[in-house]
Design a protein around this ligand. Structure first.
Ligand SMILES: NC(=O)c1ccc[n+]([C@@H]2O[C@H](COP(=O)([O-])OP(=O)(O)OC[C@H]3O[C@@H](n4cnc5c(N)ncnc54)[C@H](O)[C@@H]3O)[C@@H](O)[C@H]2O)c1
Length: 266
């Protein structure tokens, strides 16, 4: 019960494969009270309503690109949960150019801006809503999910590479202000490729999943384990971890080549 007495917002649970779905389940199991949120359209396309019933928690629709939706989300969450918040998860990502099969070398810039807005600027907007409402408790924790495409070239990750670089930078820059004012920490977790709706939108995802599995000494990190890492970062056991991009990838990020990849055994 390492989150007993804590209150938080979990965004991005679309269906039972979503990383945020597993985080929400574990937060409840560890004693937290939570509010779920997703874009109005995702509420219709996905099954997050089921999760809200199962966990007996409220679901507040919010398009993460709209400041008024986020302000409403923050204020309503404090009302429902009965006080300021201890943790917030940003688990939101979408590339319009990938969805519309536009090549990286022939990009549509309006779509690129939409992708950045959904996948990265929404994190700044979320933090600014929390900041302006003074919604975070002392020693709270704000977390977003990222991917190593922010640092290294993964051609099919497309414009999401730049979106994730921006996301990680917002974590550091806003994390400074939150740290100084409220001892609130802001981090990103850089997760292994994971079979979810967002993940499987990437071209060649299955092959890439296999490649990453063979390159990682411990193997790809499952969504359930990502949830455990998130919960540890919401707990009081990690109060001085801030402004970090934390790899949760079975060791992939520090590998050059592996025996398994070269098919020569260990
Ligand atoms: N799946 C992977 O391989 C992988 C790896 C590393 C990081 N991540 C990141 O993890 C996070 C969660 O993705 P996932 O893999 O669980 O997939 P997912 O498809 O289950 O979740 C993505 C979520 O973003 C939400 N979303 C999209 N546009 C939105 C908007 N305008 N407002 C509010 N919400 C919106 C969707 O409704 C969905 O719930 C994303 O940031 C993703 O980039 C995923």
């Amino acid at each position: 019960m390492i989150l007993k007495g804590k209150r938080g917002i979990i965004s991005g649970a679309l269906n039972d494969q979503s990383i945020a779905w597993k985080v929400a389940e574990l937060c409840k199991a560890e004693g937290a009270e939570i509010v779920l949120t997703n874009a109005p359209i995702s509420l219709r396309l996905g099954t997050v309503n089921e999760l809200s019933k199962k966990l007996d928690c409220q679901l507040i629709p919010a398009d993460a690109t709209k400041v008024e939706d986020l302000d409403n989300l923050v204020n309503k969450s404090m009302e429902i949960l009965g006080g300021k918040l201890d943790f917030v998860l940003h688990s939101i990502g979408m590339s319009v150019n990938i969805r519309k099969s536009k090549p990286y070398t022939d990009i549509n810039y309006d779509w690129m801006q939409q992708s950045f807005d959904i996948s990265a600027i929404s994190f700044h907007k979320m933090m600014q809503s929390l900041w302006k409402a003074d919604a975070m408790n002392e020693w709270g924790s704000i977390l977003a999910l990222s991917y190593i495409g922010a640092q290294r070239v993964f051609p099919h990750y497309h414009e999401m590479s730049e979106a994730k670089s921006l996301l990680e930078s917002f974590a550091r820059s806003f994390g400074y202000h939150f740290g100084v004012r409220n001892h609130v920490r802001v981090n990103t977790i850089s997760q292994s490729p994971t079979p979810t709706t967002a993940g499987s939108g990437i071209k060649g995802f299955e092959e890439f999943l296999n490649y990453a599995e063979k390159m990682s000494p411990i193997g790809n990190a499952p969504a359930e384990d990502c949830a455990k890492y998130c919960v540890s970062l919401f707990s009081d056991y990690t109060r001085y971890v801030t402004l970090q991009n934390l790899y949760h990838d079975g060791g992939f990020s520090n590998m050059g080549m592996s025996g398994m990849m070269m098919e020569i055994g260990d």
